[in-house]
Write a protein that binds this ligand. Structure first.
Ligand code: HEC
Length: 422
């Protein structure tokens, strides 16, 4: 009897699974941010420099950022805004434009409840306000450290979590902030509800404090760290918390209890979380190029979906050194085989003998496009002996030096073989 019930249950589960478990595929790199609009549209921010705007499972790629996109939000009318490692904040929709720039990586975005501006926080230690109407651009008083996370409450007060572990509340745009918590470890994420603020930190701290006084209401700190993502669904009172060890913990903001604890990935972080408008689905992203959406009520019945099976996580010990160099240091940004790639860097297929900056569908920096380098054993060796920032100053390739001559030689031997294969 019990066996029959179990079979029946698993049949039901697989029917629901087919209906509700969704994956959004197409990005060429890890997923750093996800947002769901009031209308139910999903936007994703990726390491591949693009924002994906999904209608069902079909993506529209919003291109314009020059480095990884780390944050994405929707305006109430469904227009996405995004920010990233290229220091810029961009508005999409019918008339896409750059709202402005920081002097460092942008980590977070928040929309003021009156809809008049977007706040962005950056590791440059500033919080800037970008007007969505014809108002003037401005800056909040100094938060005293790099900013990791921002959120507004319904009264228009802005909360910020900093790299120095301070949780701040700005009661106005001009007065200095009130220190709510001085945590000692960087505060990565925060979310808030009626009368409370929840935050997650580098050391795994996951706490809820009173939004007026900063007094602690609840502590959900487990032995997992760092806390990397957090989102709240006001109508159902659910809070989802994602961490560096691949778990999604669900909290109930009415009873302040843990309702579910789900292993979403076998390896690697949960960087991005968002609820569907009705709170029934939780969207999550991480190291994989895929966004997963699980029905919350059935979380415990699923195997980890983000399986961490990216090629660079394959058992390194079993790989020859050249392949290992590539998998660890290059594969996150470069494809090797012919065909379209959505990775952040150009496809390396056919690299040897090719002039720099000539993959037709790739949008290079002006520097690489006008370069007269031809890629061969000598130039690829020089690229990583000196580092791209010295060998081709002004290119958008990240700084990276491979110090050991044998590692460079092994990498080049691997590349010669792997970029020539069809
Ligand atoms: C974080 C992403 C990233 C990583 C990691 C990375 N690259 Fe790149 N790479 C880029 C980008 C972006 C460009 C294009 C630069 C430009 O347009 O200025 C590029 C360009 C190149 C080019 C020039 C290609 C052409 O068509 O001209 C080569 C060669 C290259 N990378 C090799 C490598 C190798 C080998 C590694 C690993 C040791 C590596 N890259 C690691 C992002 C990356």
């Amino acid at each position: 009897m019990r066996g029959a019930l179990a079979i029946l249950f698993s049949l039901c589960a697989s029917v629901v699974l087919a209906q509700e478990f969704t994956t959004l595929k197409g990005h060429g790199g890890p997923i750093m941010g996800v947002a769901v609009s009031q209308q139910g549209q999903v936007a994703t921010a990726s390491f591949d420099n693009s924002v994906g705007l999904w209608t069902g499972r079909d993506p529209l790629w919003l291109e314009g950022h020059e480095a990884a996109v780390t944050a994405v939000r929707f305006l109430p009318d469904g227009t996405p805004i995004s920010a990233g490692d290229d220091f810029s904040v961009r508005l999409w929709g019918n008339a896409p434009r750059e709202l402005g720039r920081h002097k460092g990586k942008v980590t977070s975005l928040a929309l003021s409840p009156d809809g008049r501006h977007v706040a962005s926080g950056s590791w440059d230690g500033s919080i800037r306000l970008w007007p969505l109407d014809d108002g003037a651009q401005s800056q909040m008083p100094d938060p005293g450290a790099g900013v990791n996370t921002l959120a507004y409450d319904s009264k228009g007060r802005l909360y910020a979590g900093t790299t120095k572990g301070v949780l701040l509340r700005y009661d106005s745009d001009t007065s200095s902030p009130f220190v709510m918590v001085n945590h000692g470890f960087g505060i990565n994420v925060l979310t808030l509800g009626n009368g409370w603020v929840a935050y997650g930190a580098v050391d795994g701290g996951t706490r809820v404090v009173d939004s007026e006084t900063g007094a602690q209401i609840a502590d959900f700190t487990l032995d997992r760290r760092p806390i990397l993502s957090m989102t709240h669904h006001p109508k159902t009172g659910q809070i989802a918390v994602g961490d560096g060890q691949g778990y999604i913990m669900m909290l109930d903001a009415q009873t302040w209890s843990i309702t579910r604890d789900f292993r979403a990935t076998r390896r690697g972080p949960v960087w991005a979380l968002a609820f569907s408008p009705d709170g029934q689905l939780i969207y999550a992203g991480g190291l994989d190029d895929v966004v997963y959406a699980w029905p919350v009520s059935m979380l415990d019945t699923f195997e980890p979906g983000i399986d961490g099976d990216r090629s660079f996580l394959r058992d390194a010990a079993s790989m020859p050194n050249g392949e290992r160099q590539f998998m660890r240091k290059c594969s996150i940004c470069h494809a090797l085989t012919a065909g379209p790639s959505r990775k952040a860097g150009p496809n390396l297929h056919g690299l040897f003998g090719r002039r720099a900056g000539t993959v037709a569908e790739y949008s290079y920096s002006a520097t690489l496009q006008s370069s007269d380098i031809v890629w061969d054993e000598v130039t690829v060796n020089a690229l990583f002996d000196e580092g791209p920032d010295h060998y081709i100053p002004g290119s958008k390739m990240p700084m990276q030096v491979i110090r050991k001559q044998t590692d460079r030689a092994d990498l080049i031997a691997f590349l010669k073989q792997a970029t020539g294969e069809d």
